[in-house]
Design a protein around this ligand. Structure first.
Ligand SMILES: Nc1ncnc2c1ncn2[C@@H]1O[C@H](COP(=O)(O)OP(=O)(O)OP(=O)(O)O)[C@@H](O)[C@H]1O
Ligand SMILES: [Mg+2]
Length: 1032
């Protein structure tokens, strides 16, 4: 019912509360630090990487639920000491829920929204877990309590609805009818605004009924989540409690809608929003959350007095349904939930910013009264006026009489209407009661079975949905799989689940599982193919990612806490089986496990999070015959920047085409976005059963496909220090891949030269680099050859290119592409000039390395062009021998032929490089011989000839510089070497020993360098003295 009478509207802002939850297990294991602090309603968040950087926000309410609590005998989390700072569920209800309830009772619409990243405590606050009931159940309890206590003054009706918005589809969570493919429709009505057509409204008259309905809704949600291979945290849950109060004496009916919204994890909004992806626009998955953000921003701007032309309510289902809650006729509260851990800093900061914007929104709430009651009131007033006039004038009695009659008629009509509503309401209640009875019977039956048989129960990424599905393993053999028509079948759905997937056997109180051939079954992280006996609390993964916990016979259960076997536990166990655990990552980095770098931890958790998604993507690719494989990689594990500092690690997904071996690298964000799209496609083509007669998806809309791009294979560092002394440098540098693999060896030179490109001689070597200041500096970068290219070794038709960017030059430069060769000659020379050498450039040269990036190329303009073995282009139409062989002698033959060609090519290359070396050696020998001859003649003429002292000095410096590079390496090792934060005395002693060992080593190396330099300089000085005698 939409109220008129704007004059009654009270203008008030959205109230915002923030709640901080305790660390979860993974955060505790990681030794996380708390980055959030609270004093009264002020919340301060501290950047873990920069102590100077903190931000403070102020909200209407702030709830500290992070620590200082204990669990009482009823399982409730309560403050450790009475009046302590810990905010429990009752505190939160008192602050937020009570107000919502009061508003609703006054006849206002009221909305409560929970916003925050996945796992931050939205559902804990809204719904609650076990005895720690959340806002919704407490609110309903209090509502019915109030109704019971005020029966004399009013008659109340409560209707309960529960829906889910998933991928812009509205699903009725209380409807038993099979869901329609397109979901329920959202319609707009002049009076009601937006509403969901055909949504089930269940009448309730006590809180137990509401709890049962919520349980039913959660069950539907869980089934949907497991069937659709989708994580429920991507869906928004909306509960609508409609309250109608009839005040018969006053002839007033008040009606209010209480919207209770548990939103999808907020990081979903950012996952598609922040990075360019070709298919970004295509996805509807995050549309609701993104639009909600846009609506809130627009409303916040409006409140600040900015001109806002359009508020995009109509862009998504969620914002349509929340239109009245945001800037409309509702009193609205938002609870923003936060994890206080350092690894969640970015997400928590973004949640706080979001909440900050939301608190500016201004609503105009009005008390909702039905127009008929209003009419009655108006007529009464009118009548009173008329009677007054009548008594005064005695002239208009007749008219007043008529109107009084009309008034009476209306009153009678109204009373009849109220009675009819009452009867209808009781009928509805009776029907609902029957429903509850059958529901209750099912629940009681399930509880009985739990006390008799072993069973498996589902474990979901969203803890709210875990433990909802229970499959009992009674005596005998039970098939588990998609098939549901046999009486001895346990039906499950999910990605990669076969018709008959495995068999459970329960004989003589022993339970085992036997996978059917070709189906995937993992027990406690290990893949099994034979009959495997199960123990109480074993972890099962069926198909791609259907996770279940096995609960043994009642006698085997000993009251332990099963909640530790959560979704994270399953995934960490799987990652450990792949050799990825936090220790191994730390070891790689020279960290000790207990002093883990937060960014490394974040990467580890990303890995765990993405792992099941990658498995699912692979399964979908297989079933849809997309021919691509996905693999997780940790990028930058071994990469450093131009100063030698470690680069931030991140997760990437390597996509490989099985047939063509083409490779793509997707960022985490892009993969997550694509995974949503893949699910959409999969849903339509496989689950929707429309695969057969559907036209194949055009390439440009296919989430599995992307145009090819050059791939960053790795980097090499060429230190520029020698240029500051104008000493030429020739190096063979290793190109290291992101994960630390050797991708190639690159031969490169830095040659100081004249403006015309002539190499400078030894006499131009500088002793003091500051001599360069203000002068012109020319030098050349020469890229000679790349050797042992792994990229090309894997697939011959690939190519490479080297990219580099020097100092302030505006863009990176690239060497020409070279193709099909494992050891290609690059022979690329670029000259750089600084017209006036600045101190800045000098610093750059002395402290920086030129990063040479190796780029892998996969499509060349030569694709389709046929070549001979010697890389010569064939111009006639005769097919290439390789191709002909392939076609005539079958694939086996062609593979071995290709291998032979490959070997031949390598031999040819080796031969060529040997020949080159041979000729270089010959030249050297020749010039040595000549040199000896020349020397002899020169010596005859002017005695012995030695290189100039400056050149020797430069050489000594070069030696010194080289040894200092390794000393610097040692210093870096020392810097990283830190004791574990939890080390005991013995541990510390061991650390000190080890450290002094490293220090001694460092000191010796340093000493050695300095001694060598001293000796060299002394020798030079001596020689100079001998020559000139001026230093005597
Ligand atoms: N205030 C709290 N006190 C104790 N435990 C909490 C609190 N808040 C959250 N938790 C625990 O943290 C876990 C995740 O919380 P919850 O399911 O509420 O997250 P969520 O924000 O709803 O995540 P999702 O977006 O995945 O639905 C749960 O196991 C819950 O019990
Ligand atoms: Mg939740």
């Amino acid at each position: 019912m939409r109220a008129r009478g704007i004059e009654m509207a009270s203008k008030d802002c959205v109230k915002v509360a923030v709640r901080v939850r305790p660390f979860n297990k993974r955060e505790r294991d990681a030794g996380s630090r708390c980055v959030i602090s609270m004093t009264s309603n002020n919340i301060t968040i501290q950047d873990p990487r920069n102590q100077q950087n903190s931000r403070t926000f102020t909200f209407d309410y702030a709830y500290w639920s992070h620590n200082s609590f204990s669990r009482n005998k009823d399982g409730l989390f309560v403050p450790e000491e009475a009046g302590g700072r810990y905010a429990d569920q009752a505190n939160v209800f008192h602050g937020l829920g009570q107000g919502i309830l009061e508003n609703a009772l006054q006849g206002y619409n009221a909305t409560l929204l929970a916003y925050g990243q996945t796992g931050s405590g939205k559902s804990y606050s809204m719904v609650g877990y076990g005895p720690n009931k959340g806002l919704i159940p407490i609110l309903c309890e209090r509502l019915f309590q109030f109704i019971r206590n005020s029966q004399d003054s009013r008659q109340c009706q409560v209707f309960f609805s529960m829906l889910e918005i998933y991928n812009e589809l509205v699903v009725d969570l209380l409807s038993k009818a099979s869901r329609s493919a397109g979901g329920l429709r959202v319609r707009e009505d002049q009076q009601r605004g937006f509403y969901v057509e055909g949504l089930r409204r269940v009448p309730c008259d006590n809180a137990v009924q509401v709890e049962q309905l919520m349980e039913q809704g959660t069950r539907t949600r869980t089934t949907a989540a497991t069937h659709m291979n989708a994580n429920s945290s991507r869906s928004h849950m909306l509960i609508i409690v409609q309250l109608k109060q009839i005040f018969s004496k006053e002839c007033i009916t008040k009606q209010s809608n209480i919207n209770l919204v548990d939103l999808a994890g907020s990081e979903r909004q950012r996952s598609s929003g922040s990075e360019a992806d070709r298919l970004k626009e295509g996805t509807a998955i995050n549309l609701s959350l993104t639009t909600l953000g846009n609506v809130i921003s627009a409303l916040a701007d409006m409140a600040l007095g900015k001109k806002v032309v359009h508020i995009p309510y109509r862009d998504s289902i969620l914002t349509k349904l929340l239109q009245s809650a945001l800037g409309g006729n509702s009193r609205t509260v938002m609870i923003a939930t936060l994890s206080p851990a350092d690894i969640c800093y970015e997400e928590s900061l973004s949640t706080l910013r979001y909440a900050e914007r939301a608190k500016r929104i201004q609503n105009r709430a009005v008390v909702n009264e039905s127009p008929t009651e209003r009419l009655v009131k108006e007529l009464k007033a009118e009548n009173a006026k008329l009677l007054l006039r009548l008594s005064r004038l005695g002239q208009e009695g007749r008219k007043a009489d008529d109107e009084t009659k009309e008034l009476r008629r209306l009153l009678t009509h109204n009373e009849l209407q109220i009675r009819a509503i009452q009867t209808l309401w009781e009928q509805h209640l009776q029907e609902a009661l029957k429903d509850w009875e059958s529901q209750y019977a099912t629940i009681t039956q399930e509880r009985r079975m739990m006390q008799m048989f072993p069973y498996i129960m589902n474990v979901n990424e969203d803890a709210q949905l875990s433990g909802v599905v229970k499959l009992f393993i009674q005596e005998g053999d039970w098939d588990i799989g998609l098939a549901e028509n046999s009486p001895r079948a346990l039906a499950i759905r999910g990605l990669g689940i076969q018709e008959k997937h495995a068999v459970f056997s329960n004989h003589q109180r022993r339970v085992s599982i036997t996978p059917v051939s070709g189906s995937k079954v993992i027990v406690n992280g290990t893949s099994v193919s034979k009959n495997t006996e199960l123990q109480h609390l074993d972890r099962l993964v069926l198909g791609s990612n259907s996770t279940y916990l096995y609960i043994g016979f009642p006698s085997e259960r000993s009251g332990e806490d099963w909640s530790r076997y959560d979704y994270d536990y399953f995934q960490s166990e799987l990652a450990a089986a792949e050799g990825i655990h936090i220790q191994s990552l730390c070891d790689n980095q020279g960290h000790r496990p207990n002093q883990t770098d937060p960014s490394l931890l974040a990467v580890f958790y990303d890995y765990i999070k993405l792992m099941p998604m990658v498995t699912e993507a692979n399964q979908m690719s297989k079933e849809l015959k997309k021919g691509v494989e996905f693999k997780l990689e940790i990028k930058n594990l071994a990469m450093s920047d131009s100063k030698g500092h470690d680069l931030e690690k991140e997760i990437a997904v390597r996509v490989t085409s099985v047939e063509s071996k083409q490779v793509w690298m997707w960022s985490k964000v892009k993969f997550v976005n694509r995974k949503f799209l893949m699910e959409e496609v999969y849903q339509q083509e496989v689950v929707g059963g429309e695969g057969a007669d559907r036209a194949p998806l055009p390439r440009d809309r296919d989430p599995f496909w992307d145009p090819l791009e050059p791939l960053h294979l790795g980097s090499a560092h060429l230190w520029l220090q020698s240029l500051a002394f104008r000493i030429p440098l020739e190096e063979q540098v290793e190109v290291v891949g992101p994960e630390g693999t050797e991708e190639a060896i690159l031969q490169a030179q830095l040659v100081p030269c004249s403006p015309t490109g002539l190499p400078l001689g030894e006499d131009d070597i500088l002793i003091d680099p500051s001599e360069l200041l203000g002068k012109r500096l020319d030098f050349q970068l020469v890229l000679d050859q790349c050797c042992g290219l792994r990229w090309v070794k894997e697939v011959r038709k690939r190519g490479v290119q080297i990219g580099f960017q020097v100092f302030d030059s505006p863009q990176p430069l690239y060497s020409p592409a070279v193709w099909h060769n494992v050891n290609p000659l690059l022979d690329h020379r670029v000259q750089f000039t600084s017209l006036r050498t600045s101190q800045e450039l000098l610093n750059y040269l002395q402290s920086t390395a030129l990063v040479l990036e190796l780029w892998g190329l996969q499509v060349s303009c030569m694709d389709g062009v046929q070549m001979t073995q010697e890389d010569s282009i064939i111009i006639d139409k005769i097919r290439a021998p390789e191709k002909m062989a392939e076609e005539t002698s079958g694939s086996d033959l062609s593979t071995s032929l290709r291998a032979l060609h490959h070997d031949l090519e390598q031999l040819r290359n080796t031969n060529a490089s040997l020949r080159k070396e041979n000729s270089a050696l010959r030249d050297q020998l020749h010039s040595a011989r000549n040199g000896v001859e020349n020397n002899r003649t020169r010596q005859d003429r002017r005695g012995s000839l030695r290189p100039s002292c400056d050149a020797e000095f430069a050489k000594a410096l070069k030696v010194f510089y080289h040894s200092m590079t390794s000393v610097r390496g040692q210093l870096q090792r020392l810097r990283r070497h830190k004791p574990s934060e939890e080390a005991d005395l013995l541990g510390l002693r061991l650390f000190v020993d080890e450290h002094s060992y490293l220090l001694k080593d460092f000191a010796e190396q340093m000493e050695q360098c300095v001694t060598t330099l001293k000796q060299d300089v002394a020798a030079i000085v001596r020689r100079k003295r001998e020559k000139s005698g001026i230093w005597s």
